[in-house]
Design a binder for this molecule. Structure first.
Ligand code: GDP
Ligand code: MG
Length: 454
């Protein structure tokens, strides 16, 4: 797996101080093999490796990260990027009903997905309608009805007796009786009549891509003008996913992808390829036969899956923590200079606030024990008040708190809605913090030393 390969190649990097081009090439080779093994299509692998190399060679020199951590960080970030970056949500129409059409090969999981989507939407307060436009297999309509019942959602289908399997051979699709295009069209009227705000259109698929199937799907598409056309693809089919996706993109077009059968041993290579080759985002992931086995697709989670569990993930976490720590140390270095102003004080507090309780930051500083108690009182609510007080000061006061005399304290207190005592507390605490930071800076020389990665 990618995880195993990365772990071995990274262990060679661990002792080194700097990434050489040879290191990067060796790492890239391993990643390449691993991605190919994970069924990622070759052009995608090439693009990905090119990107990794470029970034690794121009990598920002990081004090905190060792070369192995840097590579892992880059690989992970690029994987997330190539998988789509941000999570893409389902687009609902401004004027209901929202029409969602499902397309894909037979067995890819469309009908199952129709039920999963219906349940998922119903739980969010929508009133979906399932539409049976697979009239080619005799029991396809029944299958959708069963799934719909389990999801608690009605199914629109041609009247029983009218359902005759369309010929699988050549020739135009029959019109009228059992015509999927007609069913699709009429389903919109039904949705309006029965006040369904989402319509999910299940379509027929073949075992391989063929023109007749594409034509039928395109006709259904034209009849209902979907807000989302979802290409449903079995993650287990690996490399074939790319050619199939291209065929559907050209034949029907789609706005998003759904990966199914991720509960199998698929490494997720198909996900990477389909997204990259078609440029369309992956919206959902299916990972089982039950209707609940379904979730929004998250690029970062899929990246973790491709990278593998265990060692590499731990490495990523360590890398990220080390990276945060580096930033925190930079912030602390600023605090340590004698000419720190109240403005800096506030800014740094807000910056480190993102990292969690301010006590955590202090814990990273050598010799910070004596300050811990004092800063432990600085909780988030308190920070809000401090912020208000400092905002209530003039720039001159912020730059040099010495000028803040009694009448100024009163004015600041009034202006920021706190007591004079709180203003006094802030000013006193600022002086103390500055003094301690200076002492610590003198003792440990912030800003010069190497970070503590690894
Ligand atoms: P369709 O031909 O595209 O409509 O595919 P179906 O919805 O009929 O699914 C084909 C088979 O795959 C059925 O046996 C489903 O139970 C199964 N299936 C669908 N989605 C998943 C999934 O996410 N995981 C697993 N393990 N099986 C699935
Ligand atoms: Mg089906």
């Amino acid at each position: 797996t990618l995880s195993d390969r990365l772990t071995s190649v990274l262990s060679n990097l661990r002792g080194k101080g700097k990434l050489t081009d040879a290191d990067i090439d060796a790492t890239a080779r391993e990643i390449r093999v691993a991605l190919l093994e994970a069924d990622v299509a070759l052009p995608v692998v090439r693009a990905f490796i090119g990107q990794i190399k470029e970034r690794a060679k121009g990598a920002e020199v990081s004090q905190a990260l060792n070369p192995a951590q840097q590579v892992v960080k880059i690989v992970n970030e690029e994987l997330v990027e190539i998988l789509g970056g941000e999570t893409r949500r389902l687009r609902l129409a401004k004027n209901p009903p929202t029409v969602i059409m499902l397309a894909g090969l037979q067995g890819s999981g469309k009908t199952t997905l129709a039920g999963k989507l219906a349940l998922w939407l119903r739980k969010q307060g929508h009133a979906p309608l399932l539409v049976a436009c697979d009239l080619q297999r005799p029991n396809a309509v029944t299958q959708l009805q069963v799934v719909g019942e389990r999801a608690g959602v009605p199914t629109f289908a041609p009247e029983p007796g009218n359902v005759s399997p369309a010929p699988l051979s050549e020739g135009p699709a029959p019109q009228g009786v059992g015509d999927p295009v007609d069913v699709a069209r009429r389903s919109l009227d039904e949705a309006k009549r029965a006040q369904h705000d989402v319509v999910i259109v299940d379509t027929a698929g073949r075992l391989g891509v063929d023109e007749e199937m594409m034509r039928q799907a395109a006709d259904i598409r034209d009849a209902v003008t979907p807000d989302e056309t979802l290409f449903v693809v079995d993650a287990m089919i690996g490399q074939d996913a790319v050619t199939t996706a291209e065929a559907f993109r050209d034949g029907v077009g789609f706005s998003g992808v759904v990966l199914t059968k991720l509960d199998g041993d698929a490494r997720g290579g198909a996900a990477l390829s389909v997204r990259h080759v078609t440029g369309e985002p992956i919206l959902f992931a299916s990972n089982g036969e039950k209707l609940e086995d379904f979730d929004t697709f998250h690029p970062d989670r899929m990246a973790s899956r491709i990278l593998g569990m265990g060692d590499v993930l731990t490495l990523i976490e360590q890398a990220e923590q080390a990276f945060d720590q580096e930033k925190a140390e930079q912030a602390a270095a600023k605090l340590g200079t004698g000419d720190m102003t109240l403005e800096d004080f506030l800014e740094q507090m807000l910056a480190v606030r993102k990292m969690g309780p301010i006590g955590n930051l202090l814990g990273m500083l050598p010799g910070a024990g004596q300050m811990k108690d004092q800063l432990a009182q600085v909780d988030d609510k308190h920070l809000d008040r401090l912020q208000a007080i400092i905002r209530g000061m003039t720039p001159a006061e912020r730059a040099d708190p010495k000028v803040i005399n009694a009448s100024r304290r009163q004015r600041i207190a009034r202006g920021s809605g706190v007591t004079v005592r709180e203003v006094n507390d802030l000013v006193n605490r600022f002086y103390e913090a500055r003094k301690m930071m200076q002492q610590m800076a003198g003792r440990f020389g912030f800003g010069g030393g190497p970070g503590g990665g690894g």
